[in-house]
Design a protein around this ligand. Structure first.
Ligand SMILES: Cc1cc2nc3c(=O)[nH]c(=O)nc-3n(C[C@H](O)[C@H](O)[C@H](O)COP(=O)(O)OP(=O)(O)OC[C@H]3O[C@@H](n4cnc5c(N)ncnc54)[C@H](O)[C@@H]3O)c2cc1C
Length: 577
């Protein structure tokens, strides 16, 4: 059976050794030390494994129920949410001014990795509320902050992100929901939003909707958007003009209610400046993109540990070679067959590298000077980790053979659940365009250059030890390939304005592999100083596997980027109709 063991030792290794985060915390406001952080994560792991994971299958089987505008969730979801809120988990990384515990974002991200491994669909409810907290804290008026922040932080109320409309998905500039200003400073919001996660449910009585909308004098396009907070219940406790018209039947995350919401002159208040709502919403969207990256990591970890466990239990055929001293019998564990070994090393390498990158980015969230790095890392992590999470779940299903295809073992649920993360919160294609066109070409590659310079320092450190010298060389090669491609695009994109969009996906994947090369090299170098020989050997083996079997994929990406193939032919619409 698919089950979850919190990877606390691996998490501690990344936090304490690879990132040396406690040293940075000591210099910051939280004053958190390594042992206290480890205790918090141990407790979080207990919640994830013992309370949350047991309701994962229930959410998939029972799903959500819509009845006359009200949505009920599986009973286990309500029970788990009560314990989550009572345990103070929503407050972990929130400001003490609003009742939070003021712990670093990194601890919160590690918590979310575990929650997502245990139950992706359930975790979307508190995950969105945390994004709303960040958005209101940054852009809410003092009155809105007073009224709502403490109740989000305590977990009493949850929140949603209302962007999508039937005709406006990736292109938010098309959205039509209106906001009419009122003499008392509020707005009346009218329009219909689709696909709203957690738009209606029975975990909390109030739900705070953050709604992208247009004021009457708004210019067209995305520059004319405003953001309004529209609560399900008004401050006097009466119902607001928000109605849930239905929920979607979906491939996965069936316990997450995906709602159509109608706003009928609903009362709301602007968050941020009029017509500058997208800037305010981006605070929530960026937080949500990293949350979605953690969904990918959660699935990847789950895939890795379950694939490994099964591969040692399942005996099929005799292996051509086996480790010295191992027992012989009519059949060997499938973990000994080279094809399976490759898959298992790939899963381990992707999990290790993804965790290092995700935690690094989470650590940087707390460092104002590092926000340029965070802006670049966000689309890469959203896209890379969700793809690896989905592919990892599919690989684990392959390791489980026919049993992986059966419903009762739980793996096929993970494959179905993981798929959405490539689509929502800005599709992975949109992330690639955001990275290359907006964030790299937008400043002529300057911010990326600074990031690459920092990564190159690791190569110099790796070169100092024979065991990691090859990892350092591989890292330098990857960084050089990113630099070359970036320079070519910066120089040539004005002559062929479509070129960046044709190759944005390859560019993002190439950058992602360079980042993984950094993560593997750093883990291996840091592990050399550890007393545990098995750990040292394991991290070195991961770096080697990544270098020899995974990094070659980058060459194909860069080859396609630099080839500057002519524009793709137009498709023949007449042949379709
Ligand atoms: C389960 C679920 C939960 C969701 N939760 C929320 C939520 O809580 N709040 C919310 O507001 N929305 C939510 N969404 C909506 C989700 O964010 C959108 O589905 C997503 O942004 C894509 O929009 P779309 O479906 O309209 O696809 P489209 O925008 O129509 O895109 C279709 C395809 O075209 C590609 N494409 C479009 N434009 C470009 C371009 N310029 N360059 C390259 N490729 C392009 C896309 O990548 C995609 O592959 C949810 C969706 C689902 C299914």
């Amino acid at each position: 059976m698919w089950h979850y063991r919190p990877p606390l030792a691996d998490m501690r290794f990344v936090i304490e050794q690879v990132l040396d985060a406690p040293a940075r915390w000591a210099a910051g406001d939280s004053g958190l030390d390594a042992d206290t952080a480890a205790q918090v994560l141990e407790e979080a792991g207990r919640f994830a494994a013992q309370v949350l994971q047991p309701v994962n299958a229930e959410g998939d089987t029972c799903g959500c129920r819509w009845d006359a505008g009200r949505v009920s969730l599986p009973a286990g979801y309500r029970h788990a949410y009560r314990q989550f809120a009572e345990g103070g988990w929503p407050a972990l990384a929130c400001d003490p001014e609003w009742g939070g515990q003021g712990l670093p974002q990194l601890v919160n991200m590690a918590l979310y990795e575990m929650l997502n491994s245990a139950c992706h669909a359930w975790t979307m409810y508190p995950g969105l509320a945390h994004g709303a907290y960040e958005c209101l804290k940054a852009h809410g008026t003092p009155l809105l902050q007073q009224r709502y922040l403490k109740r989000i932080v305590s977990g009493e109320w949850l929140a949603t992100m209302c962007l999508t409309e039937a005709h406006a998905g990736s292109d938010l500039g098309l959205l039509r929901t209106r906001a009419e200003p009122q003499p008392d400073g509020s707005v009346r919001v009218s329009g219909t939003k689709i696909f709203i996660s957690g738009g209606e449910h029975d975990l909390t009585d109030n739900i705070l909707h953050l709604v992208l909308c247009r004021l009457p004098d708004a210019p067209p396009g995305s520059k004319g958007l405003s953001l309004a907070l529209v609560p399900r219940l008004l401050p006097d406790g009466s119902a607001n003009g928000v109605r849930c018209d239905g929920i979607e039947r979906k491939m996965g995350i069936k316990g997450s209610a995906t709602c159509t919401l109608s706003f009928e002159a609903a009362t709301g208040w602007l968050v941020g400046e009029p017509h500058r709502g997208l800037a305010a919403m981006f605070v929530m969207m960026n937080a949500a993109r990293l949350q979605v990256a953690m969904q990918g990591l959660g699935h990847l970890e789950m895939a890795t540990q379950n694939a490994l466990r099964y591969a040692f239990e399942r005996l099929q055929m005799r292996a051509a070679r086996r480790p010295e001293g191992s027992r012989t019998g009519p059949a060997d564990p499938i973990a000994l067959h080279p094809a399976m070994r490759r898959t298992l090393w790939k899963l381990q390498a992707h999990t290790e590298g993804s965790r290092v990158l995700a935690y690094w980015c989470a650590m940087l969230l707390d460092e104002p000077a590092a926000q340029g790095h965070v802006a670049l890392l966000t689309p890469v992590l959203k896209s890379l980790l969700t793809r690896l999470g989905f592919e990892g779940a599919s690989d684990a299903q392959q390791v489980w053979g026919g049993h992986g295809y059966l419903h009762d073992w739980g793996i096929e649920q993970s494959v179905r659940d993981a798929r959405i993360a490539l689509i929502y919160e800005g599709t992975n294609e949109i992330q690639a365009v955001d990275l290359l066109q907006r964030k790299v070409l937008g400043d002529g590659g300057a911010a990326l250059g600074a990031l690459l310079d920092e990564l190159a320092q690791e190569a110099a450190l790796c070169a100092e030890h024979p065991a990691t010298a090859a990892a350092g060389t591989a890292l330098l090669q990857q960084l050089e390939a990113v630099r070359q491609a970036t320079a070519a695009l910066v120089e040539g994109h004005a002559d062929d304005t479509e070129w960046p969009q044709r190759v944005a996906g390859d560019y993002l994947n190439g950058v992602g592999l360079a980042l993984l090369a950094w993560a593997w090299a750093r883990s291996a170098r840091v592990a050399l100083a550890q007393p545990d020989e098995r750990l040292r050997e394991h991290k070195l083996a991961i770096a080697r596997y990544g270098r020899e079997w995974l990094l070659p994929e980058a060459s194909a990406c860069w080859q396609r980027v630099l080839a500057r193939h002519a524009a793709l032919p137009w498709l023949d619409e007449a042949a379709v109709s």
